[in-house]
Design a protein around this ligand. Structure first.
Ligand SMILES: [Zn+2]
Length: 340
């Protein structure tokens, strides 16, 4: 009756294959009834054990026990496999057999985009990027920029002070001073970065904002160089039709000082809501570096001249992307940000 032992082995192989291929609970139950149920094929074969001769019985018995145990284990494994699939689906609320949903790719923040583009344009003009700390000393933020402690322009640049007397920088200009202290002329740098002022937030003011400043020091640098470079920058950033206008102004660290405007990109200069019907958008300030600033860093003002300019990146981002409230740029609402 070794024949019966071989039947057990064949049945075992067949049942293990079938349980391994089971795809759902209904099929699992069907297979369980077929192989392990009361009238199933394993109990059926076990029933034939009665007719096995005593000398064959040990061998057939071993094959029977092995088959019974192995098929039972295959059944349990299939059941565990199906219930794991079930609980995964329940935990995620997703049918894993559905096709996936494509993830939206992120992109740079509008201010970062403007900063990167501006830096790229100035790099083509021969500027290199210089960096400095957000936490500054009074000396670098004010004194070295010809703004002593009794100077009225300190009031409009009130900021946040640390207990040790240091402060959050109100402008990126301290970087210019740090570079000039380290390096002999000529200098051609842009300083992009974050700045802080104690402003009450509204549609155009924020306690933290970003600037990019430029400094060019060489022999015989003039306002004409400044005008040419800023005009080229404006056309590269906002389009070839943009014009630049200079107006006299005052800053403590430049002499003469100017403010500059770009022609309105919304209306092309004819006047609209964005430019308050003037046709011009105020951008920021610039001028020829004051000789007192050169003296403070050890440059000879008889030999060297230079221009400096600065602009707020929020202002440019708001013009470029037609955003009318600066606070929107800081709320980190992806529904807003993904539009740009
Ligand atoms: Zn306009």
């Amino acid at each position: 009756m070794a024949e019966l032992a071989r039947e057990f082995e064949a049945l075992e192989r067949e049942a293990v294959d079938r349980f391994g291929a089971v795809r759902d609970v209904a099929e699992l139950e069907q297979m369980r009834v077929r192989y392990l149920g009361r009238r199933g094929r394993i109990p059926g074969l076990l029933g034939q054990m009665r007719d096995v001769s005593p000398q064959d019985r040990p061998a057939v018995g071993r094959a029977a026990n092995h088959a019974k145990r192995t098929v039972q284990e295959a059944f349990e494994a299939a059941r565990r496999r199906l219930s794991r699939k079930d609980s995964e689906a329940a935990a995620t609320g997703l049918d894993v057999t559905l096709p996936g949903r494509r993830r939206r790719l992120g992109h740079a923040h509008p201010i970062t985009q403007i900063m990167d583009e501006s830096v790229a344009i100035f790099r083509r003009l021969g500027f290199v990027v210089a960096d400095g700390p957000d936490i500054e000393t009074e000396y670098y933020n004010f004194d070295a920029l010809n703004t002593p402690s009794d100077h009225p322009s300190r009031d409009i640049q009130d900021t946040f002070y640390l207990p040790d007397g240091r402060l959050l920088r109100t402008q990126t200009s301290p970087v210019q001073v740090r570079v000039m202290e380290r390096q002999a002329p000529p200098v051609r740098i842009v300083c992009p970065g974050r700045c802080f002022r104690r402003d009450t937030p509204d549609a155009t003011h924020s306690m933290n904002f970003h600037q990019i400043e430029g400094l060019y020091v060489n022999r015989r640098v003039s306002l004409a160089d400044l005008k040419a470079d800023l005009t080229l920058f404006a056309k590269e950033l906002l389009g070839p039709d943009v014009r630049v206008r200079f107006r006299p102004h005052f800053f403590p660290f430049t002499e003469p000082s100017i403010e500059y405007d770009f022609s309105c990109i919304m209306c092309g200069g004819t006047g609209c809501r964005v430019c308050k019907n003037s046709g011009w958008l105020e951008i920021s300030g610039a001028g020829m570096v004051d000789p007192a600033v050169f003296e403070a860093v050890g440059y000879d003002p008889e030999q060297w001249t230079g221009y400096a300019f600065g602009m707020g990146l929020e202002r440019i981002a708001m013009i470029r992307f037609a955003v009318d409230d600066i606070r929107l740029l800081y709320e980190n609402d992806v529904r807003f940000l993904h539009q740009f």
